[in-house]
Ligand binder design. Sequence first.
Ligand SMILES: [Zn+2]
Length: 142
Amino acid sequence: MTKIVAVLVVALLATPSSALATLPTNPNLVGAIRVARHYWHGNPPCGNPPITFAAMPPQRDGEAIPSACVIVLSSAGDWPNYIDLCITITHEWGHLVLGMTPFTASNPADPAHSPDPYSIMYSAGPLIFAPCEADPAGRSSG
Ligand SMILES: [Zn+2]
């Protein structure tokens, strides 16, 4: 099990920006959460997941932890990029909504992820995801 040091985004956003160059702006974070909640028709069954940041392996952008009802994003991610932020949060939100084995029948090698490269639940994220391509009211930059 990976040790995760999770820090609430509220606390991170209150610290000097020079040390947090890769973190999202608060309006972008709010906009991405709005897209995820709209796409999945509300919160996951576990509740309203906080978005936290932690060190992760280089190939990993984020993960959902159903037992804690939390979404963790890599502290090294390019989060000022709104589309990356929006897709990752919506994807991880989907794990909390769907559970970790919704694709057992269609993708037995990786039952947490869709085999469809255009699905938000594709393992590497979708090739394109229109709800995140739109310019949300809360988007400020990136
Ligand atoms: Zn995933």
